[in-house]
Design a protein around this ligand. Structure first.
Ligand SMILES: [Zn+2]
Length: 545
């Protein structure tokens, strides 16, 4: 027994010794020295990062088209303030988000979206505009822990922690890379410049509903001396640039105005008893889907984002796999339950934006063939063939590949029971390549983002009547992905009101001598009557010889 204990002690101490003297440990210690000294770095209590920057809208999947060459839409970050409280393991992020492209809510375009996000140990919560705190999910908590590591001081401290497990040191060009597992279990890679020993970048893998596993890398650039004059300065980057391995999209840019080190007022308060006791919301809630019969063989499936189900002689077709894996799987299950004796075979995508394709991987995992514009075929194949090894989702578990049907302008799905015309959307400045589904018999349209009763402004209100008039449809009912069923006259009234909302925003901006994207409003809908009809051209009345 004593021998075993001795052996055990010898073994553990040799592990401790080898880690302490390993090239990886030496590299991390050199990095701490380069930043300002190991003691100085480990003694930092609080660090506040003030600045501004930009975020890639919808992680690069929300652009005008699904092409990798499409111009990136940006969300501007203003009044960014990230405070890190090391002894308490707390973080708070405050910033304002402003969309740098036309969108459907006044608040997104005026910077009225104020984020106030906190982390206290393993408790993540958000403070809303009403001042109320709301507990955030486990997944959000994990993402914030990574955010907290996303700067040189945090990541080097995490690697110096005796509870961290350091891997081997590998050389890659001008950097040495140390892979390590933090005391909380996050797997991080830290690259250290071989010349300066400063952290060059940090990298990690995170789950994504649309893209499977995504590897992110934050580059630290422009190191400068920061801190009080009477203390040893710490070298910190002037710029942060996070790139994802989905098309190398620049996910996040931060331009630092100023760092504040160890200001006593930056010690963050802990989560309240109420937050500690609050229920943790699930990362993926499976909604209760309601199947609303709309016409013979047509159901409106109401989940978190709606789908429409069409019944053919011997199979079923769905319009849209919205939101998330859990929403899409709940919608698909409801479709199968609604018509249990026929297989669900196809899903039609309204357009490529990542909220609308949040259930695409799930739909493919359930064996559905995807119907989309020809321009989106490569995108569908790209996102459904990305692996999810670190964070397996339904698609990774199924091992399935996407079958895709390309639509050029028009595709008619027709048999004895049902006719659905799948038609290209016309004149849309929100997405270039979209599809509606039209049932001539019932004069109904299923669509995504042509109208939404929740919007308070719209810049592409023309697109719905343009599409209806181009295809010479006689629409009575609108079955939207967002909101509720409306008559077509109600749709036109909403679009006119929301377009007027955009004009009012532009007038406010003009009054304040500020420029706002999309102003002046180009698509006014003035040419359309209240029922969406176009005036009969006077030409057609002219006398002919
Ligand atoms: Zn939408």
């Amino acid at each position: 027994m004593r021998t075993m204990l001795c052996l055990l002690l010898a073994f553990t101490s040799s592990v401790a010794w080898s880690q302490a003297n390993s090239p990886a440990t030496q590299a991390i210690e050199a990095a701490a020295e380069a930043l300002g000294g190991k003691q100085r770095i480990e003694a930092v209590k609080t660090l506040k990062i003030l600045g501004y920057g930009q975020l890639a809208y919808q992680d690069g999947g929300g652009n005008i088209s699904s092409s990798p060459l499409a111009p990136q839409k940006w969300i501007n970050i203003n009044a960014h303030q990230r405070t890190l409280d090391f002894p308490n393991e707390r973080m708070r992020l405050q910033q304002r988000n402003v969309q740098d492209f036309v969108f459907a809510y006044d608040r997104n375009m005026t910077g009225a979206v104020r984020l106030d996000q906190s982390l206290d140990g393993d408790i993540a919560y958000n403070v809303g505009p009403d001042g109320k705190s709301v507990r955030a999910s486990e997944g959000t908590m994990r993402a914030r822990r990574i955010e907290m590591l996303n700067n040189p001081v945090s990541i080097v401290r995490a690697a110096l922690d005796p509870r961290a497990k350091l891997g081997r040191l590998t050389r890659d060009g001008s950097v040495n890379i140390v892979d390590f597992t933090t005391k909380h279990g996050e797997q991080m890679s830290l690259a250290l410049d071989v010349q300066t020993h400063l952290p060059a970048w940090v990298s990690w893998v995170a789950p994504h509903a649309n893209f499977g596993d995504v590897t992110y890398r934050t580059n630290f650039v422009g190191y400068q001396r920061e801190g009080d004059r009477d203390r040893t300065p710490i070298l910190l980057p002037s710029g942060y640039n996070t790139v994802s391995d989905f098309r190398n999209v620049v996910q996040y840019k931060l331009y630092v105005d100023k760092y504040v080190i160890d200001a006593p007022e930056d010690s963050l308060p802990g989560a309240t008893q109420q937050m500690i006791a609050a229920a943790v919301p699930p990362d993926a809630e499976r909604p209760n889907v309601e199947a609303v019969p709309v016409a013979k063989g047509v159901w409106y499936l109401k989940g978190r984002g709606n789908s429409t189900l069409f019944e053919f002689d011997d199979h079923l077709v769905l319009y849209e796999a919205y939101g998330s894996e859990s929403n899409a799987l709940a919608i698909i299950a409801k479709a199968r339950q609604t018509v249990p004796n026929k297989p669900l075979t196809h899903v039609i995508l309204s357009h490529h934006h990542i909220d609308h394709t949040g259930g695409l991987r799930a739909a493919v995992s359930e064996g559905l063939t995807v119907i989309t514009n020809r321009e989106n075929v490569a995108y569908v194949q790209e996102v459904t063939s990305r692996p999810a090894r670190h964070f397996p989702d339904a698609l990774a578990r199924s091992g399935r590949k996407a079958n895709v049907v390309a639509v050029d302008d028009r595709l008619e799905l027709k048999d004895g029971s049902m006719t659905v015309q799948v038609l290209r959307v016309i004149g849309n400045s929100h997405f270039a390549d979209g599809l509606i589904a039209y049932v001539p018999r019932d004069r109904l349209v299923a669509e995504g983002d042509l109208v939404d009763e929740g919007w308070n402004l719209v810049w592409w209100g023309n697109s719905y009547p343009d599409t209806v008039n181009f295809w010479k449809l006689e629409v009575e009912w609108d079955l939207p992905v967002h909101g509720n069923i409306h008559t077509y006259s109600e749709v036109i009234a909403m679009l006119k009101k929301q377009t007027h909302g955009a004009e009012l925003l532009c007038a406010r901006a003009r009054g304040a001598e500020l420029s706002v994207q999309g102003c002046p409003v180009s698509n006014t809908l003035d040419q359309y009557g209240h029922d969406g009809s176009l005036p009969v051209p006077t030409d057609s009345f002219s006398a002919r010889p």
